[in-house]
Design a protein around this ligand. Structure first.
Ligand code: IMO
Ligand code: MG
Length: 429
């Protein structure tokens, strides 16, 4: 038996979908432990692109078990749509996709409130999928879990209470609460039969899988800098995509986690608001956006782009005890004349080598850069690390050294073949 956690080390969109898909053939179970359908994981299977938001990226392999654990917030309609999309593409999920009965559900009012709050004073730039408001209800102890959704009387009582609690914000923003309630009850009637077979005690399933020596991959959504505790608060998501989130998000003890793998993009992107020291507002930023196709897989928003930030990734390596890394999108940097890496921040004359907690420092700190010559040669299509242009090899080695973890895999495209195993073939479990 072994377990592996796969995490994003920046602000999301590092290429976790491809990486999980790459490793999933060695896994028996692939488990999502936090977030919801705010994620957008793009992968290529049989030459076709797939974007998954809620279902683990291992689902495209037949026979793999995919679990959506208790730490995830689940929009029942989004779940149904995603299952239907897979079904339309000939991917059957019955008897191998399971959703925790303890997962909290996202209802239409969570999405309304998400949008309403975005119009207020503190703009986070959320995906407006209702993620934050749903986690808020969970913490307020008024949330509705999937198990509650299945029990008619329990659900109706809880819905009534919830709508009462949210009555003023909804009414003040032009929502007809009665019609809203009717719609939710109607949706439930339609969804119930469909959803029931997928609902399970996923914590127990994982416990049994561990006992039976299965390989389990825990897949994060979002990146470590969007972590509620260790990210750029308040410009974060509402859950813990760091390794610590796995234990509470699926119901296992920390000693059951064997290894942690971080996914890191060769430059940085971010969607939504919040600090981003190495952001580029010039032609280079535009170049990276176009070359990397940096548009949100969930919302379609253009992503903000910037140079690699070693302070950010070193921070992520530390808080999750990441032991190995996968570097993605190195191919997107092949035509750049001079490359920069942010190695520290400077604010009011002070140098910060560790990621600062202060909002002021995060917002106003200037990046301290190291400069490198461009790769001067083709990167795309290379399958052997030693055949990469020497400057590209040096760039990778410098990143390893700065962030404090080895890079085992370099990804040069979305396809499985477009991957270099730096130190030979890797046993992930
Ligand atoms: P993957 O899994 C990039 C960002 C949003 C916003 C903040 C809070 O593809 O890496 P939320 O809707 O979660 O309350 O929004 O988090 N965000 C992501 N950015 N990739 C994601 O997922 C994201 N999920 C949330 O843009 O800034
Ligand atoms: Mg995304």
């Amino acid at each position: 038996m072994s377990t592996l956690v796969v995490l994003g080390t920046q602000w999301g969109d590092e290429g976790k979908g491809k990486v999980v898909h790459y490793i999933a053939n060695q896994a028996d179970y692939i488990v999502r432990f936090q977030g919801g359908n705010n994620a957008g994981h793009t992968l290529i299977y049989k030459d076709k692109p797939f974007v998954l938001h809620l279902i683990p990226s291992g689902i495209l392999f037949p026979k793999k078990y995919c679990l959506i654990a208790n730490g995830v917030v689940v929009d029942p309609i989004a779940l149904k749509d995603e299952i239907a999309m897979l079904d339309d593409n000939g991917i059957a999920v019955k008897d191998r996709l399971f959703v925790s009965q303890q997962a909290h559900i996202i209802l239409p009012y969570h999405k309304f409130i998400d949008s309403i709050l975005e119009e207020g004073n503190v703009k986070i730039g959320t995906t407006k999928r209702g993620i934050g408001p749903c986690y808020c209800d969970k913490v307020k102890r008024i949330g509705i879990r999937l198990i509650d959704y299945l029990e008619k009387d329990v659900f109706e009582d809880l819905l009534e209470e919830n709508l009462k609690e949210k009555n003023s914000i909804l009414k003040n923003n032009g929502v007809n609460v009665k019609t809203l309630k009717k719609g939710i009850l109607k949706d439930r009637n339609k969804l119930l039969k469909f959803i029931t077979p997928f609902v399970a005690d996923t914590s127990l399933m994982i416990e049994n899988a561990i006992r039976n020596n299965k390989n389990i991959l825990f897949e994060s959504a979002q990146g470590s800098l969007l972590d509620l505790d260790f990210g750029t608060y308040p410009f974060v998501t509402s859950s813990n995509p760091i390794a610590g989130g796995v234990c509470s998000g699926v119901g296992i003890g920390p000693t059951k986690i064997a290894s942690v793998l971080g996914v890191v993009k060769a430059y940085v992107t971010r969607v939504g608001e919040g600090p981003f020291a190495s952001e580029l507002f010039d032609k280079m930023g535009e170049f990276l956006r176009e070359k990397g196709g940096e548009y949100g897989a969930t919302t379609g928003r253009p992503r903000r782009c910037g140079w690699f930030d070693a302070v950010v990734v070193r921070h992520s390596v530390r808080v999750s005890d990441i032991k190995r890394l996968v570097l993605t999108k190195l191919d997107c940097m092949e035509d750049i004349e001079r490359i920069k890496i942010c190695v520290a921040y400077k604010y009011k004359g002070k140098i910060y080598k560790e990621f600062p907690v202060s909002r002021t420092v995060q917002k106003y700190a200037k990046p301290v850069y190291e400069e490198f010559p461009g790769f001067k040669g083709k990167v795309k299509g290379v399958t052997d690390f030693k055949k990469l242009p020497i400057n590209a090899q040096k760039y990778v080695k410098r990143l390893e050294c700065l962030v404090g973890a080895p890079i085992d895999l370099v990804s040069l495209g979305r396809k499985r073949e477009e991957t270099i195993e730096v130190n030979g073939s890797v046993k992930w479990f």
